[in-house]
Design a binder for this molecule. Structure first.
Ligand SMILES: Nc1ncnc2c1ncn2[C@@H]1O[C@H](COP(=O)(O)OP(=O)(O)O)[C@@H](O)[C@H]1O
Ligand SMILES: [Mg+2]
Length: 202
């Protein structure tokens, strides 16, 4: 049973919704997307679910996928429910720099998750605070994290794209992907929390 919407997704119209009281959440993805055949959309959702299922079985740093359901209008990725995302955890600081202990905690967990992806031949391609979910906050105030949202990921087993494609979120994309002649002040997540939110120069 759907109780309430937790959050609208960055890539509309997906959203995460709490579905019951068993500590689960559902990521809702549409069956019908403009410009895509229904079978293509089913394959896109299937690829996201397959990557997450394989990765979470191999590593505790990856958000656990429990089931995939569907109805007439949507697919639902049923996942473990987290407290919030890292963006929400960071928000009350108003852009103040993190302590060394906090940076080490976050980066170490992020690197473990990305290492699991790379061992499986998967490039995640959308690293940002909104895709790192906070499972719980320890007695020391540090977050336990899980990497989420495999909608942009790509497997080395996939055939190379026929033409140039870009993935991820523009503010967090590495400089080379933004095109020649543009200055990008480093990796988004590091910059955002060293210098305050969204201070990028193009
Ligand atoms: N399992 C979950 N538990 C708690 N919040 C979640 C969960 N999954 C997603 N969210 C929230 O919903 C947001 C969007 O989910 P996400 O999977 O990243 O979708 P999108 O592809 O739209 O970015 C996340 O940034 C997070 O705030
Ligand atoms: Mg996301």
């Amino acid at each position: 049973m759907v109780l309430r919407c937790i959050c609208r997704g960055a890539s509309n119209p997906s959203a995460a919704e709490g579905i019951d009281r068993r500590g689960l959440a559902a990521k809702k993805l549409p069956r019908y997307v403009h410009g895509r055949l229904p079978a293509q959309q089913a394959a896109v959702v299937g690829a996201e679910a397959a990557a997450q299922a394989a990765l979470c079985a191999a590593s505790p740093s990856i958000l656990r996928l429990v089931d995939v359901r569907q109805d007439d209008s949507s697919f639902y990725l049923i996942q473990e429910r987290c407290l919030m995302d890292l963006r929400a955890w960071l928000r009350p600081r108003g852009g103040a720099p993190l302590s060394g202990r906090e940076v080490a905690c976050i980066v170490q967990q992020l690197l473990c998750a990305l290492a699991a992806c790379h061992r499986a031949g998967i490039a995640f391609r959308d690293v940002k605070p909104a895709n790192l979910l906070v499972r719980e906050i320890g007695a020391d105030g540090l977050p336990e994290l899980a990497l989420a949202d495999f909608g942009c990921c790509r497997s080395t087993a996939d055939p190379p794209p026929a033409s140039h494609t870009s993935a991820g979120t523009p503010l967090y994309r590495y400089g080379q992907a933004l095109g020649a002649g543009r200055l990008f002040l480093g990796e988004g997540m590091a910059v955002e929390h060293c210098q305050g939110p969204h201070k990028f120069a193009f």
